[in-house]
Design a protein around this ligand. Structure first.
Ligand SMILES: Cc1cc2nc3c(=O)[nH]c(=O)nc-3n(C[C@H](O)[C@H](O)[C@H](O)COP(=O)(O)O)c2cc1C
Length: 325
């Protein structure tokens, strides 16, 4: 069995973490990952304080295993953060802070509630800032990832971050969907992996079946970095682009961003309707390049089991057999 420092730190069996994803993580998915021996994290950006409290209660009904709650720092709301602190999850996971935000203050409040602090960064400088502010775990997110991303790819970013923040444990995120990715991340010095896209193509994920199937059907070459979904939602992210499928919706607006600004609220309604209807051409579909590695919708239990088994086999089989003398 693969056992790393992150397993001890988080009290989990397998070094496989579900990234908190607004609108793509609800209680059944979070609890399923934790029950499978990994670590589930709840995204909060689609909730208000009351729905967040309900969702946390629903996780606790489904699992006694540790889990985390994620907050996007640039838009954090006190009322929501208070719900998280009262819930005392094993981990409070942060991402996407503005440069002028005081990380130490948020991290200290999470620590005071008895939680570990995880911080996701796409650049070494941001990882160092989080380390100095007292983070317990750093997530190195490469640009291959689904959702909002920076510019650095995982292959150089992970070892750079491992070296920069040592001895803090680093989780590799972005472009990882199977045991090959876990084995590679461990080789780069990470203590485990954090996945989004792979867990979206599971029965437990709160997405329309058409979206899950779109991930399965994608060859991984059809995503693009774009600000179009954020212009529609009128949320300005601090230094992030969104990786989304280059579908009819994106092609319709690419190069006409000014027109989105003119029509944002009407477009927002159109987008929400397309999402509810499972219209994969006219909704915004955010997933990573690793969609090209995903060829079936399978249960969270099977995802975690297969990733770990494949990584073990690669490390003890192929990689070990390469050593001579
Ligand atoms: C639809 C979607 C929504 C996401 N929302 C969040 C979020 O709210 N907070 C966060 O820290 N990361 C978010 N992420 C990023 C994931 O936590 C993770 O870094 C990423 O999915 C890893 O790359 P992968 O998709 O290639 O596995 C999101 C990703 C996706 C695909």
């Amino acid at each position: 069995m693969i056992h790393t420092a992150i397993c001890d730190l988080l009290g989990i069996t397998h070094p496989v973490v579900l990234g908190g994803m607004g609108s793509a993580t609800t209680a059944p998915l979070v609890a399923a990952v934790s029950n499978a021996g990994g670590f589930g994290t709840l995204g909060t950006s689609a909730f208000d304080a009351a729905t967040l409290a309900n969702e946390v209660a629903a996780i606790c009904e489904r699992t006694v295993k540790p889990f985390g709650i994620n907050h996007l720092l640039f838009q954090i709301q006190e009322e929501m953060f208070a719900v998280t602190l009262r819930a005392k999850p094993a981990v409070v996971a942060f991402a996407w802070a503005r440069k002028d935000q005081n990380l130490r203050d948020y991290f200290q409040r999470a620590h005071d509630a008895g939680c570990k602090v995880m911080h996701m960064a796409g650049e070494v400088a941001e990882a160092l800032r989080a380390t100095e502010a007292g983070a317990d775990v750093i997530v190195a997110q490469g640009t291959e990832a689904g959702g909002h991303v920076g510019w650095m790819a995982s292959l150089p970013l992970v070892p750079m971050m491992v070296k920069a923040v040592a001895p803090l444990p680093v989780l590799a995120a972005g472009g990882i969907a199977d045991g090959r990715g876990l084995a590679a991340a461990l080789a780069l010095g990470a203590e485990g992996v954090l996945l989004g896209t792979r867990f979206m193509a599971t029965p437990e994920a709160p997405l329309h079946t058409n979206f899950k199937q779109a991930i399965v059907d994608s060859d991984g070459h059809d995503t693009v970095l774009t600000e179009i979904p954020d212009l529609v939602s009128q949320r300005v992210w601090p230094g992030a682009m969104s990786r989304a499928q280059r579908n009819r919706f994106i092609e319709r607006w690419a190069g006409r961003e000014w027109a989105i600004r003119q029509n944002a609220s009407a477009l927002g309604k159109e987008l929400a309707a397309a999402r509810a209807a499972g219209d994969i051409d006219n909704a915004s579909l955010s997933f990573g390049q690793d969609a090209g590695l995903i060829d079936s919708i399978k249960s969270v239990h099977d995802v975690v089991r297969d990733i770990v088994a494949e990584a073990e086999q690669i490390i003890s089989g192929r990689l070990t057999s390469l050593i001579r003398g």
